[in-house]
Design a binder for this molecule. Sequence first.
Ligand code: DLL
Length: 435
Amino acid sequence: MANYYQPVIETMPVEQIQKLQSERLVKQVKYVYDNVAFYRDKMDAAGVKPEDIKGIEDLHKLPFINKDDLRDQYPYGLLAVPLSECVRIQSTSGTTGRRVVAFYTQEDIDVWEECCARAIVAAGGTKEDVCHVCYGYGLFTGGPGLNGGSHKVGCLTLPMSSGNTERQLQFMTDLGSTILCCTPSYAANLGEEINARGLRDQIQLKAGIFGAEPWTEEMRRNIENTLGIKAYDIYGLTEISGPGVSFECEEQQGMHIQEDHFIPEIINPDTGEVLPEGEIGELVFTCITKKAFPLLRYRTRDLCYLTRKKCSCGRTHIRMHKPMGRSDDMMVVKGVNVWPSQIEAVLLNKGYEANYQIVVDRIGNNDTIEVQVEKTPQMAEDASFNKAERERSIVAGLKSMLGIKVDVKVVEPKTITRSEGKAVRVIDRRDLYNK
Ligand code: DLL
């Protein structure tokens, strides 16, 4: 069995990684220019020829592409190989507009699964493990990606897919799952059910690989305590391949980006200017090994920062801070920028679990925002629980975090719909008026 912790690549001195990236970038730009009319036209319009790209220092000369370009080119406009070379598609879960469809050659799938294998190994996975994958299977990349990675590591793979909590818990206890892969919100739900059914001493989980949605450090601590595991973050997006574009090591201090396959940049989302290491902005990726659907300078809309600070795990690949949200997740309420993750941090710090929902509306010309959060089971049993006082305390916490008055309702346990995949945290009724 191959060892998918690949020290030669993952601990390569930075200058060598950059040299490798430069070589791959030069080849990739020529490959894309020669094979994708859309890019050829875009580069011609920007006055850039493949020969102008001599290394990563020239990356900034290439034009950006974004999700609208992908939608406009749907379905085949960005393919760089004949369709007969493609063996799979995956697609985004977008509910509005055209879905994004990504294509893969067999080689693309091998690279993607290898990326997921590295993530599983970084979370302590070996062939002795039982890897319980309850990300959705099908068009969503979560299930297939982690499934493939788990096979490569040699774990016993449980392809559970999402939902059916009853069955998840039965397999988890009967087959002794040791690594859990799902969204953090579903991990929190499973934790809640495990505790409610008194199953904690029957589970053997040691690690979780959670991603596909934003989650806070507070939520991490909560999940770790409830399930008795170490919770690792994993990031990725369909357009770039799927999960495994970056992943956490045991340090849990940001996710190592797999720099032998992807070059990250952080830009100012308004001006497109490339920002220095450490500054927060929009994450942009250039794929340097993809064959079927090779995106150059793709704007993810995810906001984060990068760091090259030395990591004690020995990996030298640059780390990205967990995305603080997407530029399109940000709500402007009463003229103030609000991210759901800020609200989550306040609630979890005050002892609640991540069972909450944010409802934004407009009455006349005024925005309203209400946060509904469930009591924990302990709070529900506590006779001295003072609802009005607790609500006032959350209102004060949110006011100091956001600078605006938020209405708060503490509701009974199990009254907010649970998610099995990506959680729906925000209901913005103002969207109805804008249609
Ligand atoms: O969510 C791929 C994935 C599956 C990642 C399983 C991790 C685990 P999409 O459905 O295309 O792909 O959604 C991609 O989800 O641009 C981010 O906004 C968000 N996202 C993904 N991982 C994280 C994470 C998959 N760890 C979009 N933290 C991305 C925060 C994340 N947001």
